[in-house]
Design a protein around this ligand. Structure first.
Ligand code: ZN
Length: 150
């Protein structure tokens, strides 16, 4: 990854951390789960409104580090309005972007801002911070109120 691209990804993450989108408890949610990452101390609650197999709303509340908060904020923007099938694809894509095994190329024009997640691969110890919101979203969808600590 070029340094310019890395700076761009860093800017996106810093912006989402500073101004998290869709932050706060979502009234009338249909699904929720709490996630915890003991490696960093990140705690997050994710709230969803799912209707007719479509994600109408996603919000989160968190006491967590910048990478976790930015990832959660980008996640809300990515998931809102998607069908559950489309959301599943986005979830898998986020996992790919955060995987150091695959090192897939990210593309802002295709992936949107979650391309910035690829920048987190430079900091392997922080990958769990970035994956926590996404796994908490899946836990909420599946009806697991509490996400395990792994
Ligand atoms: Zn963290």
């Amino acid at each position: 990854m070029s340094d310019d691209l890395h700076d761009l990804y860093q800017d996106i993450i810093l912006d989402h951390n500073k101004r998290p989108r869709h932050y706060g408890v979502l009234p009338d949610y249909t699904h929720t789960a709490a996630g915890y990452n003991p490696l960093c101390g990140d705690k997050i609650d994710v709230f969803l409104i799912v209707q007719d197999k479509r994600i109408e709303a996603v919000q989160f509340e968190a006491a967590c580090c910048a990478i976790c908060k930015a990832s959660a904020s980008m996640m809300t923007e990515t998931l809102i309005g998607k069908s559950l099938d489309e959301a599943e694809i986005a979830f898998k894509r986020a996992g790919e972007l955060l995987s150091t095994d695959r090192n897939v190329a990210a593309d802002l024009s295709v992936d949107g801002e979650i391309a910035a997640l690829a920048g987190v691969r430079k900091f392997p110890a922080r990958i769990k911070c970035a994956t926590l919101p996404w796994h908490t979203y899946i836990a909420a969808l599946k009806g697991d109120a509490e996400l395990g600590t792994n």
